[in-house]
Design a binder for this molecule. Structure first.
Ligand SMILES: Cc1cc2nc3c(=O)[nH]c(=O)nc-3n(C[C@H](O)[C@H](O)[C@H](O)COP(=O)(O)OP(=O)(O)OC[C@H]3O[C@@H](n4cnc5c(N)ncnc54)[C@H](O)[C@@H]3O)c2cc1C
Length: 393
């Protein structure tokens, strides 16, 4: 009898295993793939969030630091340099394996959960090898197509966005061009966006959209990447759902707790999900350690779900007024800083909206000062004024 069985060795499962193992619980992680395994994912995440969540370093699995963020929309390209090192790029095979390696847990790979049965005092789990394993609790961290959720009758009424990722080798001049940070491309698919994320030796490119037409994601990804000089010929395009949180859905029972994508916790605006998988994996571990599994669902709602509800509203507003939002928001460095705080879990959607809208006058004023300096005293003065303003911002 294990104290906790964890289905899936992604960030949600790895995090739950880490915190339960640290507390001395007997933990078994069942992962259907052989590790390290590929996961379709941009692999962009907040370094500040990692540093405040785990006491160990992720330095060995960091592919690249982000120095600037670029937005492309309506024929315009806006690059916002970042003041501090806040976002980093990882490849998920190495990242997930590194996280799991820190956990004091028994790990069985190539072991897919087929069926679960919840009893009053334990949960039994059947695997593809015909094993029947028992634990006091089961954490379903088995991703967007969670077998645990289905088998336990949880997370009904789920909504999924569709996404595609490709790992594209690129010649040195193209790698150099994208070296400083991610590019987000809007206006090519609705509602959705594309991205180009630089890794150590290649580019991770992708596209995500809600309810795309058949073949639309593949065709749009190839067309747009060709425009940026990135060829996807003979490169596998890997599809994966992104579960969107739409309301308070049942994500736990007395002894089964869903975490991460299995609970549908990807961000409804951006599709970001690693941080939310880690947060919910930790909340699941804490609820079990406190012997209060019934509190888990409420904890997830307050820490994640409530903000997701605002995120859905922001997504609806953004995609209906996309050009206006990007024209006002993208060049304004305060908006990007606010979004980075959201990604590190330090700001909520309402706070981001307030900052994005509230800083428009400051941004307009500083832009006016820069332009006036340029008009009065030429380009070098304009650049000096811009650098001075940037250091204050
Ligand atoms: C194309 C794409 C790009 C993305 N880009 C980003 C990004 O840049 N930043 C970000 O933060 N988020 C991103 N996301 C979201 C992010 O990938 C997910 O939210 C995150 O992986 C969720 O982690 P998880 O641990 O819940 O699930 P997963 O990472 O999916 O892990 C689930 C694990 O469970 C295993 N499993 C599945 N079924 C079983 C079973 N029956 N038995 C045992 N094991 C099983 C799987 O093999 C897998 O290892 C992206 C998603 C997609 C699709």
């Amino acid at each position: 009898m294990y104290d906790v069985i964890i289905a899936g060795a992604g960030p949600a499962g790895g995090t739950a295993a880490y915190f339960l193992g640290e507390a001395g619980r007997r933990v078994l992680v069942l992962e259907k793939e052989i590790l390290p395994r590929y996961k379709a994912c941009g692999g962009g995440l907040s370094i500040r969030f990692l540093e405040t969540t785990f006491p160990f370093s992720f330095e060995s699995v960091i592919e690249r630091d982000v120095k600037a963020i670029t937005y492309a929309f309506g024929g315009r390209t806006v690059t916002v340099p970042l003041r501090r090192r806040s976002i980093r790029m990882v490849m998920r095979d190495r990242f997930d394996a590194h996280l799991l390696a820190q956990a004091k847990a028994e790990v069985r790979t190539g072991a897919a959960i087929r069926k679960v049965a919840e009893l009053p005092d334990r949960v039994t789990v059947e695997t593809n090898h015909g094993d029947a394993l028992e634990g006091r609790y089961l954490i379903g961290a088995d991703g967007a197509n969670s077998v645990v959720a289905r088998s336990a009758g949880l997370r009904r009424g789920k909504t999924l966005a569709a996404a595609i990722e490709a790992e594209a080798p690129a010649p040195p001049d193209i790698m150099r061009h994208f070296a400083d940070g991610p590019v987000f491309i809007f206006g090519e698919i609705y509602p959705g966006y594309l991205w180009i994320f630089p890794k150590a030796d290649h580019l991770s490119v992708g596209i995500a959209a809600l309810h795309p037409k058949h073949g639309e994601l593949q065709a749009t990804l190839r067309r747009v990447m060709a425009r940026y000089g990135i060829s996807l010929e003979n490169i596998p395009l890997r599809g994966h759902p992104i579960p969107i949180y739409t309301r308070r859905e049942p994500i736990s029972s007395a002894r089964v707790l869903l975490a991460g994508d299995a609970a549908g916790l990807a961000d409804p605006f951006s599709g970001e999900g690693i941080r939310l998988a880690i947060t919910s994996g930790r909340l699941a571990a804490e609820a079990i350690l406190a012997g209060r599994a019934e509190r888990y669902e409420r904890a997830v709602f307050w820490r994640i779900g409530l903000n997701h509800t605002f995120g859905l509203a922001v997504a609806a507003l953004f995609y209906n007024l996309q050009d206006l939002c990007l024209t006002l928001g993208a060049p304004n460095p305060y908006t990007t800083e606010a979004l980075l705080d959201l990604l590190s879990g330090r700001a909520s959607y309402p706070a981001v909206m307030l900052r994005a809208i509230g800083t428009v006058p400051i941004y307009a004023l500083t832009e006016g000062v820069k332009r006036t300096a340029g008009l009065l005293d030429g380009e070098p003065r304009r650049k000096r004024v811009r650098a001075a303003i940037r250091s204050v911002q």
